[in-house]
Design a protein around this ligand. Structure first.
Ligand SMILES: C[S@@+](CC[C@H](N)C(=O)[O-])C[C@H]1O[C@@H](n2cnc3c(N)ncnc32)[C@H](O)[C@@H]1O
Ligand code: SF4
Length: 390
C-alpha cells in the first residue's frame, strides 16, 4: 500500500512593515506610515501563486492557514475576505481549520479587527514585544504599551476568542523585575497563547552591526527561570521552547511545522515543504518564492513563475531536519510520526539518536522522541550530535 501523506497547512507572507525593526531578519520591508500598498496586485499574485502550487496539496484538506509577515495587519479586511474566498474555492478545509493573522498594535485602525473576524480569521497573533516605553523604544517599535492594550481590547470586542501575544525578553536595559512586569500585564489580558522569545542578534540586522547592550548572562537565566515559573503558575503550559498555551490552545499551525507536517508557502519569500509518494516511501522537498516584493509582483507575468528555488531533502539529512523541529516540543513527538512523515524505517533514526541518549540529552522512551530538560537547554549540542551520526 502507498504511504499516506502528512497533513498540509498554508502559509501566506505579507512582506511590508511601517518601519524595519533593528533586530528583525524576516523578509520585511519598511514603507513608512502613509504608504499605500499594492493590495490588488498582491492579491492577484497570491492567487496565481496558489494556483501554481495547488497540485502539491494532492487533494489534502488544509489543517491551518497562517498569515505572517512583515505586518499583515497593514492590509484591509476586504483583502483577506477575498483571499480566503479564493483559497476555499481551490482547496478543501478541515471543519475546525485554524486561521491566524499576525497583527501589529501600531497599525490598529478602528473596526479593522472586526472586519478580519468577519473575513474568516479566527486567531490573532499580536506583536506586543514589551509594554515598557524604554524597551519598546530600544526595539524601534512603532507602538506604545497602551496601543498593545487597546489592540487586545479591540480583538476581544471583535469576538476573537483565540489570541496569541508575542513578547520578547532579554531586552536592552531589562531587569528580571521589568521582564516579569511585562508578563504580569500580558497575563492580566488572559491570552490563550503566549510566545516568549529571547532576543537574538541575527546576521544582516542593524543590531548585529551595532549591538545594543544586553543584560548579563546571569540576568538572562534569572529572567527565564522566573518567567517560566510565572507563566506555568498562571495556567499557561510551556509546550515548545518559546511557546506557552492554555490546554487545547497550542498553535496548530506551528505544531504542524514542529511535527514535520507539509505546508504550502505563498507570497514574497514564502517557504514551503511538500512530500510526494515515491517507490522508497516519500520524497520531501523544500521550496521558496521570489523574495523582493516588487520582483515577486513582476513574476506574475513572467513564464518562470514565483518559484525562486527548490531542494530535495536528502534521506541523509532527514534525521536532523526532523529532529530540529520535533525536539523543540517539550513533549516531543510520537516516534510513529517519523515513519509517517518521512517514509523511512525507525531504525534509521534510532541509530543516530543512541549517542544523544547516552549523553542524557534525550529521554529514553520507546514510543516518543523527546529531549531531556538538559537537551532542551542545549538543543544545538543535541542537534550537532544527531547531525554527526545521521
Ligand atoms: C515575524 S515577527 C512578526 C510579527 C509582527 N511583524 C510584529 O513584529 O509585531 C514574529 C515574532 O518574532 C519575534 N522576533 C522577531 N525577531 C526576533 C529576534 N531577533 N529575536 C527574538 N524574537 C524575535 C517577535 O516577537 C515577533 O513578534
Ligand atoms: S514589525 Fe515585525 S516583521 Fe516588521 S520589521 Fe518589525 S519585527 Fe520585523
Amino acid at each position: 500500500m502507498s504511504m499516506p501523506l502528512p497533513p498540509v497547512a498554508l502559509y501566506v507572507h505579507v512582506p511590508w512593515c511601517v518601519r524595519k525593526c533593528p533586530y528583525c531578519d524576516f523578509n520585511s520591508h519598511g514603507v513608512g506610515a502613509s504608504a499605500s500598498l499594492p493590495e490588488e496586485a498582491y492579491l492577484s499574485a497570491l492567487i496565481a501563486d496558489l494556483e501554481a502550487d495547488l497540485a502539491l496539496a494532492e487533494g489534502r484538506e488544509l489543517v491551518s492557514i497562517f498569515i505572517g509577515g512583515g505586518t499583515p495587519s497593514l492590509m484591509s479586511d476586504g483583502f483577506y475576505r477575498r483571499l480566503l474566498e479564493a483559497v476555499s474555492a481551490r482547496l478543501p478545509w478541515a471543519a475546525d481549520i485554524e486561521i491566524t493573522l499576525e497583527a501589529n498594535p501600531g497599525t490598529l485602525e478602528r473596526g479593522r479587527f472586526a472586519g478580519y473576524r468577519e473575513a474568516g480569521i479566527n486567531r490573532l497573533s499580536i506583536g506586543v514585544q514589551s509594554f515598557q516605553h524604554a524597551q519598546l523604544t530600544a526595539l524601534g517599535r512603532i507602538h506604545s504599551g497602551d496601543d498593545a492594550l487597546a489592540a487586545v481590547g479591540e480583538a476581544r470586542a471583535a469576538g476573537f476568542d483565540n489570541l496569541n501575544l508575542d513578547l520578547m525578553h532579554g531586552l536592552p536595559g531589562q531587569t528580571p523585575a521589568l521582564a516579569i512586569a511585562d508578563l504580569e500585564t500580558a497575563l492580566s489580558l488572559a491570552p490563550e497563547h503566549l510566545s516568549w522569545y529571547q532576543l537574538t542578534l541575527e546576521p544582516n540586522t542593524e543590531f548585529h552591526s551595532h549591538p545594543p547592550r544586553l543584560p548579563e548572562e546571569e540576568i538572562l537565566w534569572d529572567i527565564q527561570d522566573l518567567g517560566h515559573e510565572r507563566l506555568e503558575s498562571a495556567g499557561l503550559e510551556r509546550y515548545e521552547i518559546s511557546a506557552y498555551a492554555r490546554p487545547g490552545r497550542q498553535a496548530r499551525h506551528n505544531l504542524n511545522y514542529w511535527c514535520f507536517g507539509d505546508y504550502l508557502g505563498i507570497g514574497a519569500g514564502a517557504h514551503g515543504k511538500l512530500s510526494r509518494r515515491s517507490d522508497s516511501g516519500l520524497d520531501i522537498e523544500r521550496r521558496w518564492k521570489t523574495r523582493q516584493p516588487n520582483s515577486y509582483l513582476r513574476r506574475q507575468h513572467d513564464p518562470r513563475g514565483f518559484l525562486a528555488g527548490r531542494e530535495a531533502i536528502a534521506p541523509r539529512e532527514l534525521p536532523l531536519e526532523f529532529a530540529m523541529n520535533a525536539l523543540r516540543l517539550v513533549e516531543g513527538v510520537p516516534l510513529s510520526t517519523w515513519k509517517a512523515h518521512t517514509g523511512l524505517p525507525d531504525d534509521r533514526l534510532l541509530t543516530c539518536l543512541q549517542a544523544a541518549s547516552k549523553k542524557g540529552l534525550l529521554v529514553e522512551d520507546e514510543e516518543r522522541l523527546r529531549a531531556s530538560p538538559q537537551g532542551l537547554l542545549f538543543l544545538n549540542e543535541l542537534l550537532a550530535l544527531i547531525d554527526e551520526t545521521g
